[in-house]
Design a protein around this ligand. Structure first.
Ligand code: SF4
Ligand code: SF4
Length: 282
């Protein structure tokens, strides 16, 4: 059986919970290391190393560099390891000041000036985006992607209809109100990003009535067009489907709730970091 391990850097352990939900791998893979459930002193040599969490502390960086030497393939798992997520929320000035002001924060790993995606320091074989990634996608990651492709958008997996007659004039807020089960959430005035987000997750959020916050990142087509294409695509969708003023949509996109995913910090922070190759994206 193929051996794999999980390295947890700074994150929330949501990716690990999702992996454990996908128990199908127990037939074909042996889990050699995952501190949440299997204690081992060190990561042994493995076929696949899944890495979750961002590089937030000097401890993270040490463990990352040391562990990748033990694996044939390295998979960056989840938003924190790839481009942002909860670990990067600490980059906000107000959060940094809060940490710096806490005098009781002793004997814990030293924080780096900012959080980094793991590919700032090591090479990555594949990226499994999501916050967390849906359980079934872990099997794709363990299999080395194979012929899996997510070339479409979340709308294709959602099933809600973009009813022509309904044109909202204002945003409904992030999570307020209720929605008819078969009508597109945008048509209810919700800021749903499914029309530009890569598919593969099965659209669990909009199917349950919650707007997609784009945790899987931009679609393949938008990745090819560069960094600004995602935002432009979202704006165009709202112009076409609603009468909501563009400024209101922009403001909503920059709200604290959505900036967590949409701007994905390291990818959309205005720096020159190149887009990741879509061939490596699951
Ligand atoms: S925009 Fe959102 S709610 Fe509408 S079809 Fe796409 S994923 Fe579903
Ligand atoms: S529907 Fe959107 S927010 Fe929900 S898991 Fe899929 S990509 Fe992420």
């Amino acid at each position: 059986m193929k051996k794999f391990a999980v390295l947890q850097l700074s994150g929330c352990a949501g990716c690990e919970m999702s992996l454990l939900e996908a128990d199908d791998w127990t037939q074909n893979y042996t889990l050699a290391h995952l501190p949440l459930v299997i204690s081992s002193h060190d990561i042994p040599d493995v076929e696949v190393l899944l890495i979750s969490g961002g590089v937030r502390t000097d401890d993270d960086l040490y463990n990352l560099r040391r562990s990748v030497k033990k694996a044939r393939q390295v998979v960056a798992v989840g938003t924190c390891a790839i481009s942002g997520g909860v670990a990067s929320l600490g980059d906000r000035e107000d959060v940094r000041l809060l940490f710096a002001a806490d005098e009781n924060r002793r004997h814990v790993p030293r924080l780096l000036p900012k959080c980094h995606p793991i590919d700032t320091f090591v090479s990555v074989s594949f990226y499994l985006p999501g916050c967390p990634p849906s359980p079934h996608l872990f099997l794709v990651a363990l299999a080395g992607k194979g012929d899996f492709a997510s070339t479409k958008i979340v709308c294709t997996e959602c099933g809600r209809k973009k009813v022509r007659e309904i044109r909202p004039r204002e945003l409904s807020g992030f999570r307020q109100g209720s929605a008819k089960s078969d009508v597109c959430l945008i048509k209810h005035g919700f800021l749903c990003l499914g029309s530009s987000t890569r598919n593969g997750c099965g659209a669990p959020c909009p199917r349950a009535g919650f707007p997609c916050v784009g945790c899987r990142g931009p679609s393949d087509v938008l990745m090819e067009k560069g960094k600004t294409a995602w935002l432009r695509s979202i704006r165009r969708t709202f112009e076409t489907l609603t009468d909501i003023p563009a400024g209101e949509v922009d403001e909503g996109l920059r709200s604290p709730q959505l900036s967590l995913f949409l701007f994905q910090f390291s990818d959309y922070d205005g720096t020159a970091r190149p887009m990741r190759p879509k061939e490596k994206m699951i």
